[in-house]
Design a protein around this ligand. Sequence first.
Ligand SMILES: [Ca+2]
Ligand SMILES: [Ca+2]
Ligand SMILES: [Ca+2]
Length: 318
Amino acid sequence: MLRILVCATLFCALTSMASGAAGLDGTRDASYGAALAVQSVQTQFGDNDSELNAGYGKVEGGTLFLMLTGNLESNFNNLNIFFDSQAGGQNVLQNAANNGGSNPENGGWAAKHAGFTFDTGFEADYMLSLRNGNFGGNRFDIDYAVIGGGLGNFLTGVDVFGGSLTGSNASALANGIGVAFDNSNAAGVTGGIGAADQTAAQAVATGIELAIPLAALGNPVGAFKVSAMINGSNHDYLSNQFLGGLPAGQGNLGGDGAGGFNGTVSQIDLNNFAGNQYFRVPGDPGGPAPVPEPASMLLVGGSLAGLLIRRRLAKTSN
Ligand SMILES: [Ca+2]
Ligand SMILES: [Ca+2]
Ligand SMILES: [Ca+2]
C-alpha cells in the first residue's frame, strides 16, 4: 500500500512538471522572474520599431520558455537568436555547406555570416530567425537551423499567425517550437546611442515569446547560453540591439562594426565590443526539481527500499 502511495506521489510530481507551461501569448508573466539580460544602449534601429529591452527564460517540463521584450519592425528585419547549448559548435560562423562551409542555406544567412565571431566562450549550436512584414499579405515567419548541420538541416514556418503580423502559434515549426508576438510596446528604451534606461527596459512586458522543446536544442543539461540580435532583412546589417547588450555609446554595427554597409556581417567580432553579447539561461531556475538521473533514481529507490525495510523492522519489533 505504501509503495502504491509513493508511486502515485512521484507520478503527480512528474505530471505537474509537464503541465507548468505559461500561456504563450507574447506577454511576460510573473513566473519568468527577474531579467537574465537588460538592454544597455538605446536603439538606433527605430524606437518601438526594433528594440530589445530585456531577456527572460525558464525551463519547465522539458521546454525552454524564452521571452525577449520589445519590438520587431514589420519590414522583415531578422531577430536572430543563437543558442550555445551543447559542447562544441561554431565560435566563428561558417558559410553555407553549398559554399564551402558547413551550415544550412536557409534565408541566405550563413553566406552573410561567414567569419562572424561571437565572444570567446560562445560556440553556437542552433539558431532561430524571426521576421514579419507584408509580402502577399501580412505574415510572420520563423526559421530554425542546426549550426554545422549541413545543407537542408533547417525548418521553416511561414505565415505562422495566419495572415497576421502578430499572434500566437504553439506549434509554429515541425519540431514543436511555438512562438508568440505582441508588438504593442511603446515604452522601454528610446532612440539613440546613449545609455539605456534599464528601469524602463525592465518594465516592458510584451514582445517575442518562444516555447522551445529542449530536444530542439540537443537536450542541454543545466545552464546554457543565448545570443540575440536584430539584423536587417538580408542578414547584412546589424543593429545595435543585442542581448546581452552592447556598450552605451555604440551605434548600429552595420557590416563593418561601425555602421558601414559592406554586404555582409562577416567582419564583425563581438570580442571587440565590451561585455558578453550573450546571456545565460539557468536549466531550471527556481522551478521544480529536474527529473532525476538514473543514478539518483537508484538512490531514491534504495532509500525507499530502506524505508520499507525499516518500517517492517519497526512493525516486527512492536
Ligand atoms: Ca521604446
Ligand atoms: Ca556549443
Ligand atoms: Ca563582447
